[in-house]
Ligand binder design. Sequence first.
Ligand SMILES: [Zn+2]
Length: 168
Amino acid sequence: MLQYFRRRSTAAIFHHPLDPAPRTAILMDGFQASRSIRVFPGGWSEAVSRYQPSTIAAPLEYLRDLAARGAATELQHAVIAFTYDANGRLDEDDREVLWTAFGVPVFEQYLNSRNELLATECEAHAGLHVVSGCGGLATDKSPCPCGSTAPRLESPRILVPELELVLA
Ligand SMILES: [Zn+2]
């Protein structure tokens, strides 16, 4: 199945953290649409509003921007933040900001430049389960509360500035 899609299109397959996937708007190009997934290459618009997604997915930078503009409406299920850089991962501040803006939990998905899934956050929000690659990144191999035994990339925590000074 994967092979078939790959030959047909260079667009990546979107893996929703919730199963079955609720109505989802992906606010960027590069993904395949499916029954419950619609792709909006131009980002948030009236058309997205009319689609009434219960989940939106977009690069973290774009979601921060949307949240700051107060552009999007409240959602029902989730916000999915795509990150592409091990040094630019979703942090606690982002979770707070996105929760305030959209009123739903955030799930991070770590992707490569072709939007292929490398690691994904589960409903336990206890790190990102490695799907492929991620060599060289620190992982937690303890069992996850969600039941999966796939190693997890740890989510970045905020360091208190004073603590950093003490450590330095
Ligand atoms: Zn898990």
